[in-house]
Ligand binder design. Structure first.
Ligand code: CO
Length: 133
């Protein structure tokens, strides 16, 4: 088994501040990490749950993939991050199993991680992000 943890569950939201306030009020949650990933056009707020995260995500510009997703599908579950020890090896294993990579090779993600996204088509309808810490 090459998955070591559910790294994060990513939820796309229109208003990041409102989503954070809601998680604080409903769950007593604290934001563990916040980051703007300019290359992806997203701003993230990470709430730690045990050794995993809930990643509240919004768009920073109208042409980012998250902006397009929000426009088309509305708010909600966007992708799941699976933690692995070796992103490249995991990517190759997924491709060998029939997955369609969005990233042909691993690239920098938030929190200093190395990531690769795999298309929902070929992965039973779920956008998967491989995350190596
Ligand atoms: Co993610």
């Amino acid at each position: 088994m090459i998955l070591t943890e559910i790294d994060h569950v990513a939820i796309a939201v229109h208003d990041l501040e409102a989503a954070i306030a809601y998680y604080e009020e409903a769950f007593g949650a604290e934001v563990h990490h916040r980051e703007i990933v300019e290359s992806d056009g997203v701003e993230e707020a990470l709430v730690k749950v045990a050794d995993s995260y809930i990643q509240l995500t919004t768009a920073t510009r109208s042409d980012s993939p998250i902006a397009k997703y929000l426009e088309k599908r509305g708010e909600g579950l966007h992708h799941i991050g699976y933690r692995v020890d070796d992103c490249q090896a995991a990517l190759e294993a997924m491709v060998a199993a029939g997955a369609t990579p969005i990233d042909q090779s691993p690239r920098p993600g938030s929190r200093g991680t190395t990531v690769a996204f795999m298309h929902p088509k070929g992965s039973f309808g779920t956008l998967i992000e491989l995350v190596q810490e």
